[in-house]
Design a protein around this ligand. Structure first.
Ligand SMILES: Nc1ncnc2c1ncn2[C@@H]1O[C@H](COP(=O)(O)OP(=O)(O)OP(=O)(O)O)[C@@H](O)[C@H]1O
Ligand SMILES: [Mg+2]
Length: 253
């Protein structure tokens, strides 16, 4: 399974979900690779220290290095590997203008390493540009995090349209794995209203697992740890563990 974590809205919990879903799957014994496609490099930094000059996904997508040369083991788990991103990823979209194979760069690179991993999780930037298109073309599934706040559903039409276009041609296999409600605050009526609204639109696609607002989840990246090593008995660890189980159930492994 190759899962894109995608929503073009910023700050909805894509990286937090990519980091903790992959760490949870690794803890369950799956050899897991996180591919960071965001020039912000937040999921890279959640697991490893990479200096700006170090080879990263830009070099892979520019076809200067094969993917296995940039993949590193995380400090988190011997089962968890990272294909890092750096600020140079910001050059990627402009560098591909006029290249006919532009949407297929990631798919071609991932195919060479896919057999070595049980799960590949791709963290995408908050845009629907060529980088996100590369991610969706390379994936078997897309997981959509949606923040439980006002305007939560704004923009989802554009995202669904992009997914439909990709399913129509470059990647017929792509499936929406599910919609994950994040940053949920059970004390507020708004959070519950937004949850119902999301359910109304996406129905059974919405995961039963909901990710609450949690200080521990916010703190863990600064410690280069997932929630499972940073605060294993926190609610965030419990909720992301539940999500891992649901993901495995839905994928059918
Ligand atoms: N459940 C949560 N509880 C508390 N803070 C959270 C939670 N999920 C994410 N955050 C925090 O909210 C911010 C945005 O989260 P995150 O980086 O995961 O979103 P993103 O969708 O990847 O953002 P971007 O679009 O910029 O890549 C971060 O500071 C993160 O630590
Ligand atoms: Mg992010």
């Amino acid at each position: 399974m190759i899962i894109s974590i995608t929503n073009q809205k910023g700050g909805v919990g894509k990286t937090t979900t990519a980091v903790n879903l992959s760490a949870g799957l690794a803890e369950k014994g799956l050899k897991t690779l996180v591919v960071d496609l965001d020039p912000q490099g937040n999921s890279t930094m959640s697991f490893t220290d990479v200096t700006p000059e170090e080879p990263n996904m830009f070099d892979v997508l520019a076809r200067t290095l094969p993917m296995d040369e940039i993949i590193r083991q995380s400090a988190e788990s011997p089962n968890l590997f990272v294909a890092p991103s750096r600020i140079s990823m910001a050059k990627f979209e402009a560098s591909l203008v006029g290249e006919l194979d532009a949407p297929y760069r990631l798919k071609d690179s991932v195919e060479l390493v896919a057999d070595e991993y049980d799960a590949i999780i791709i963290d995408t930037p908050p845009t629907l540009g060529l980088t996100t298109v590369n991610s969706l073309v390379a994936s078997t599934h897309v997981l959509i995090p949606i923040q439980a706040s006002y305007f939560a559903l704004e923009g989802t039409d554009d995202l669904l349209e992009t997914i439909d276009k990709i399913k129509a041609r470059p990647n017929r296999e792509l499936r929406i794995l599910g919609v994950l409600v994040t940053l949920f605050d059970k004390r507020t009526i708004l959070s519950r209203q937004v949850f119902e609204e999301i359910k109304g639109v996406f129905g059974d696609l919405v995961f039963d697992s909901v990710i609450s607002k949690s200080v521990r989840l916010e703190e863990s990246p600064a410690h280069r740890q997932s929630i499972f090593t940073y605060a294993p008995s926190s609610s965030g660890a419990f909720e992301y563990y539940q999500l891992c189980e649901e993901v495995l159930q839905r994928v059918g492994t």
